[in-house]
Design a binder for this molecule. Structure first.
Ligand SMILES: [Fe+2]
Length: 481
């Protein structure tokens, strides 16, 4: 007689008594000790008596088993070596997250039978992890997240996922990423050394991929379970993990890790680890996707505003592009940080969009403007601020509306917004110089351009009350005048 006490989550302990000298643990209906969890193989293992001793033998199950002796020694039963292990009082057998505690093993001479009492617990009751394995996983995870979350392209994320899988699960024979668009495509593939290989040469295990997407979680395939795996690896002893990746609610693709080593199939712990990595990979790729979408939404808003300006006043639109080029030259010459250059790039392009608010008579007037008209025209800087403040700029460009609107400010505070010298940011002072210089030279064909020294002198004059001398110097240097 063999007696088990079965503990399951949220349930009363269940005692199972079996009149047998041998007990098969497995998922198949004929198992005496049956578990329906997926990580249990059909014929997973057996308990049996020999020479009055109880033994446990893993029957080459897909995910293996572990025996934890009462003194803490752990015996892994996976891979090619799975000799029977003697089970004594207090020893535990672990299969996936099922824990079987053997409480008593006694010899009933009269019945010539043995009694074994076991406790079986499932679900996160006790997780026993190999310390070395844990250290490796953390080191690989650390490296992976650093790279994945700073990646600029989804492919970089996947390359790093392949490197991580290679570091964690070697020996692997091949890895693939099959993208799940309308059609399944092997988008990337890596060999057993983690190096990229030509994906077009790889045949898709379509049913394997569809199954992973259907399940919405990863699973382990062993030989015989998926024809595609056998096709690809040309061996009957292959094992593979197929894990789906999602972008928000949409399937992105399936990552497959294959191993060709006989008798060394992937186990549940491998799948859990791989799932954790693919989850991070999905999140990292989704972040790239979102950022890209936000950038595109922002850029399209800017383009649409510039198109409106171009329809209304093509001269100003051309002027804006030239001012941008000049302002960027000055910024380079002054060795401004990238953060300032980005602001200048947008502020220069948008500085005159406020002209959309100026009436046609003034905007398109051929002759010089009257004083009253000049005053109205001067309002365009404020209109630029009004318009641009309504656009949601990304954080790193949040100063663009303010800088753009200050392009007519004078150092002496006599500009339209009456902002004074040190209160005018350097970016706006650069914009002012570029704007004035472009206006001075725009009307003339290149050859008739007033001599460089004249420009210099003119700017010098203006520097007294209007423009920043250092910025003018930088412009002159940048144009090699
Ligand atoms: Fe302007």
């Amino acid at each position: 007689m063999i007696e088990f006490v079965i503990y399951r989550e949220d349930k009363q302990p269940e005692i199972k008594t079996l009149h047998s000298r041998e007990v098969i643990l497995g998922r198949s209906a004929i198992s005496e000790l049956r578990f329906t969890e997926r990580f249990v193989s059909n014929r997973h293992a057996r308990f049996f008596f020999q020479d009055k001793k109880l033994f446990y033998k893993d029957l080459m199950s897909s995910n293996g088993s572990r025996v934890i002796k009462s003194d803490g020694e752990t015996i892994h039963l996976q891979g090619p070596v799975r000799d029977p292990v003697q089970i004594e009082k207090g020893d535990k057998v672990i299969v996936g997250n099922i824990q079987i505690m053997v409480e008593t093993v006694s010899d009933d001479e009269e019945q010539l039978e043995w009694t074994m009492t076991g406790r079986i617990q499932t679900g996160g009751v006790e997780t026993i992890v190999d310390e070395e394995e844990l250290k490796t996983t953390f080191a690989v995870l650390h490296r992976f997240t650093l790279h994945a979350f700073t990646a600029k392209e989804p492919k970089e994320v996947l390359d790093n996922l392949a490197l991580a899988a290679f570091a964690l699960f070697s020996p692997v024979s091949q890895m693939e990423f099959i993208s799940a668009g309308e059609e399944l495509t092997v988008e990337y593939a890596w060999n057993g050394n983690g190096n990229p290989v030509d994906p077009s040469k790889i045949k898709i295990g379509e049913s394997v991929v569809r199954e992973a997407i259907r399940r919405k979680e990863g699973y382990i395939l062993s030989a015989g379970e998926g024809a595609a795996v056998i096709d690809l690896t040309q061996t009957s002893s292959a094992s593979a993990m197929a894990v789906p990746l999602w972008l928000d609610q949409v399937p992105w693709g399936v990552f497959i890790v294959k191993r060709q080593i006989p008798m060394n199939p992937f186990v549940m712990n491998d799948l859990r680890t791989m799932t954790m990595f693919t989850y991070h990979a999905s999140t990292a790729a989704w972040r790239i996707d979102l950022t890209r979408e936000l950038d595109e939404a922002f850029e399209s808003t800017i383009r649409s505003l510039l198109a409106a300006l171009d329809m209304r006043d093509p001269t100003t639109s051309v002027h804006s592009l030239k001012v941008q080029a000049l302002a960027m030259r000055i910024a380079d010459e002054m060795k401004l940080p990238e953060s300032s250059k980005r602001i200048i790039r947008y502020a220069s392009l948008l500085h005159d969009v406020g002209k959309l608010g100026i009436s046609d008579e003034i905007l398109n007037k051929k002759g010089p403007l009257t004083k009253e008209e000049q005053e109205k025209m001067a309002q365009h800087a404020r209109f630029t601020l009004d318009l641009l403040s309504r656009i949601k700029f990304p954080k790193y460009l949040v100063l663009v509306p303010e800088i753009a609107s200050m392009h007519h400010e004078h150092l002496d505070g006599k500009g339209p917004l009456q902002v004074k010298a040190e209160e005018i940011p350097l970016e706006a002072r650069i914009l002012a110089v570029a704007d004035v210089f472009e206006a001075l030279t725009a009307a003339r064909p290149y050859k008739e351009l007033i001599r460089a020294t004249d420009v210099h002198l003119l700017m010098d004059q203006m520097a007294k009350g209007h423009l920043d001398h250092e910025v003018i110097d930088a412009l002159v240097r940048s144009l090699s005048l």
